[in-house]
Design a protein around this ligand. Sequence first.
Ligand code: NAG
Ligand code: NAG
Ligand code: NAG
Ligand code: NAG
Ligand code: NAG
Ligand code: NAG
Ligand code: NAG
Length: 538
Amino acid sequence: MMVNILPVALLPVLTLLTGVSPLKPEEIYVKTGEMVVLHCPHSTKHNHNDNNNVVWTSYTTQEMYVINNKSAGQKQMLIAGRSLVILIASVNHEGNYSCSVGNASSQFRLTVYNTQSTENEERNKYSKTCYAPESCTLSCPEVNIPDVNTLNMTSNPITWHRQGDSSSKDSYFSSVEKEDHGVYTCTRSYQFQGQLYNMTFTVILDVQPQKKSGKPMILSPYKSDVFYVDLGSTVVIDCKAVVHSDFDEVFWLSDTSFVETNDSFPIFYNYTMEDNNVGIDVTASLVFKKVSEEDLSRRYTCKLESASELSSFVTVTLASKVCPLPLLLALGIVGILVVVIIAVVYAKFKIHIALFIRDNLGCHSSTSDRKNYDAFLMCYGNETDAGLNEDNRQWLKSVLEEKFGYCLCLYNRKIIPGKAEAQAVLDCIEQSQKVVLVPTTPDCGLGSDVLNDIHLTLVQRQSHLVFIKTEKTKVPSSGSVPEALKLLGETDFVTWKGSSSMIHTSSFFKELRYYLPAPQHPTKTRLLPREATHYDNC
Ligand SMILES: *[C@@H]1O[C@H](CO)[C@@H](O)[C@H](O)[C@H]1NC(C)=O
Ligand SMILES: *[C@@H]1O[C@H](CO)[C@@H](O)[C@H](O)[C@H]1NC(C)=O
Ligand SMILES: *[C@@H]1O[C@H](CO)[C@@H](O)[C@H](O)[C@H]1NC(C)=O
Ligand SMILES: *[C@@H]1O[C@H](CO)[C@@H](O)[C@H](O)[C@H]1NC(C)=O
Ligand SMILES: *[C@@H]1O[C@H](CO)[C@@H](O)[C@H](O)[C@H]1NC(C)=O
Ligand SMILES: *[C@@H]1O[C@H](CO)[C@@H](O)[C@H](O)[C@H]1NC(C)=O
Ligand SMILES: *[C@@H]1O[C@H](CO)[C@@H](O)[C@H](O)[C@H]1NC(C)=O
């Protein structure tokens, strides 16, 4: 028995396109006086050379006819192979054309316009984009141009002009500049049977800044590289970069490992691409479904990897909103500094500030217990000869009373017939808000018995003392009047610096006034007649 192996006949499976007749005619625009060529497309059905079987038909407003060599010649047209060449287009050529080979045909719609028709002119404009300062070559469009070989035509070199400039231009820019932006015209001209036939095209050169992929950047609302987030919340960080090639990639890294794009992971990224004129905007969004403690310890990097340029990246970290420690710390330090500065300034200028407020704003510390005198100037003996003499004391008294309006109780004034010396001093102490101890040279001669008496009163009354010391008084020696008085109540010290303290703007006066209360401005009419002698200066 024989086994016959039959050859399997392979049927050629050629799906032939049956005469494609596009529903829409091909639109062709030509300027009056120029050449235009209509090419009859090849039908795939007829593989054999059927160039001579092409039938052109013209449908113009006037007539419809089959174009042959004779009729073509009359209308400055010619048939060459599959092409219909209109050598010098005129309005008479405007209309519809069709070419047919067998039962396949193609339609054309020819519009002839003059240079005044800006609308049609627009249709014949071509554009070219170049990037400064790269090189750039303008190319003249090869649209509806003749096949020089079939036609036995000679084509002349293409010439270029810039709009508004009659001199011819080169189509090649070794380094294009922004200034080269503009409208250019190229002219193709063909020599045929002793005649020159022309075709012009308009090319608009657009010069753009050099293509550069932008460094990736984080989009708002986050601008800094640390993001404060709530643990457990969903966080999306958008990173945007401009790319120019399909080979450029934008992606996210978590520390050094790639973040997944699969959204079933707790952290993933997805991206969008949007074409703009300059490049492609890529936005890669890093998504944390639920921010965890662990996520805060990582660095997240959005990286642009480019085939043509160095790669670039931007890095961010997450921090918990609950404890923006650095911020709190910074605020704390600033706060402490401010307090310290205020304290230092106040300590240094408190006297000036208090006096300024007192003098200018009329703010006085109100004293609840009304006393008849602001102060009692009480003298004490000074061992050195640096104390205030009689003249100095008189002068101090007059400045305080006349310049500053104080109401003073003076020991000398208090010697009233019938009153003991000690009682007179005690009266003064009781009636005055402050007791000012004035060192005197020579000793003003307050008896020790007087001092013993007033001692007790001072303790009982908790009297406020202002102790004027001389520069030579270092520590009041024991047993002296100041030593005894120093132990009583609150004591403020003011230093007498001799003649330099005698100006009313001196620091001596400033300090003294600071420790004294504001003048009470008592009114004399209020005073009882019996006591009038006591307040003769108030
Ligand atoms: C050319 O064809 C279009 C339809 O494509 C038609 O509207 C128009 O009237 C035709 N023009 C002439 C001159 O036959
Ligand atoms: C038309 O002229 C071409 C050459 O120019 C020639 O090949 C063709 O046979 C001519 N056709 C007719 C119908 O005369
Ligand atoms: C084209 O004509 C051929 C015969 O010449 C015929 O076989 C074919 O079916 C026709 N095609 C169409 C689309 O009419
Ligand atoms: C082509 O044109 C040249 C002159 O322009 C002529 O000498 C030559 O014979 C022509 N060739 C054909 C095939 O017509
Ligand atoms: C083509 O251009 C040349 C030079 O500009 C000119 O001499 C010639 O007449 C033009 N041809 C036609 C058909 O307008
Ligand atoms: C995403 O990951 C899940 C689980 O890891 C897996 O089942 C799924 O197939 C992944 N999807 C894609 C598109 O890779
Ligand atoms: C990316 O994923 C997030 C979260 O699933 C979603 O809200 C967003 O619409 C996604 N964006 C794109 C461009 O797919």
